[in-house]
Design a protein around this ligand. Structure first.
Ligand SMILES: [Zn+2]
Length: 252
């Protein structure tokens, strides 16, 4: 297995498309022309991606250029529930700002959203990119995948998922440990901590066959973060081959 570098671009939708296109251009200039694109079907219920033909054409172009399309939740929004525990509140509000859609979804509800997402992607392929295959990966928003939702992901036939700390080959029942670099741009102190933490994590991962970097559209708005992402990306590709999660799982 060659030393590999997977960049995933999270939260790809019509609402983030302009930033995503800029990020993909920068990443390509830094040596990463293939990424895993984490697509949200109806981002925060602000409009389904299939209702935006320009976005669909752009997405199809990306896929044809070698990027992988991954199912990334459905709405990317978790509704607050009555009677939540302190831990639930911490994980879903402080850690993720109510984005953990698959954190504690019952199996039937998760299965319904997954089936809908797969139908949507099937329609997308019919209309814009018939040569593509169905998405092989499901990655939960904020990497929060509860046990029931996880069972639904496996039953829906997805070949892999990822968490913050690992890539899970669901078809072969294997887990590959590699913590993802990821930034938290929500406020100034999180950004400072992010810069220090990711520089440290980059060094710690030196011997790991797989290095992962997860980027989000807001990262682009913060020059210090995006500069470091550029620096680390250029260093990573000096001795690693950029690839998608699907490619990495297939080869490992
Ligand atoms: Zn996300």
């Amino acid at each position: 297995m060659p030393r590999s570098f997977v960049v995933s671009l999270h939260d790809v939708s019509p609402h983030t498309c302009a930033a995503c296109a800029t990020m993909l251009r920068d990443l390509a200039a830094w040596g990463v022309a293939r990424t895993s694109l984490l697509v949200v079907a109806d981002h925060h219920r602000r409009g389904h991606f299939l209702a935006d033909p320009d976005f669909c054409r752009w997405l199809a172009e990306c896929a044809r250029a070698g990027h992988e399309l991954v199912v990334h939740g459905y709405y990317h929004r978790r509704e607050r529930r009555p009677g939540e525990s302190t831990r639930d509140r911490f994980v879903t509000r402080i850690y993720t700002a109510d984005e953990g859609e698959f954190y504690d979804l019952p199996r039937a509800a998760a299965a319904e959203l997954l089936a809908r997402a797969l139908d949507d992607f099937a329609r997308f392929r019919r209309e814009y990119a018939p040569e593509l295959t169905a998405p092989g990966g499901f990655i939960a928003p904020a990497w929060l995948l509860g046990d029931e939702a996880r069972a639904a992901v496996i039953a829906a036939g997805f070949g892999y998922t990822t968490t913050l700390r690992a890539v899970e080959d669901l078809a072969r029942g294997r887990s590959h440990s590699s913590q993802s670099l990821v930034y938290s741009p929500r406020n100034a102190w999180r950004r400072v901590v992010s810069l220090g933490w990711n520089a440290l994590l980059f060094r710690r991962l030196a011997a790991n066959p797989l290095m992962r970097l997860g980027v989000h559209p807001p990262d682009l708005q913060h020059a210090a973060l995006w500069r470091q992402i550029g620096r680390l990306t250029r260093r990573a590709v000096e001795d690693r081959t950029p690839c998608t999660y699907a490619e990495w799982v297939a080869a490992s």
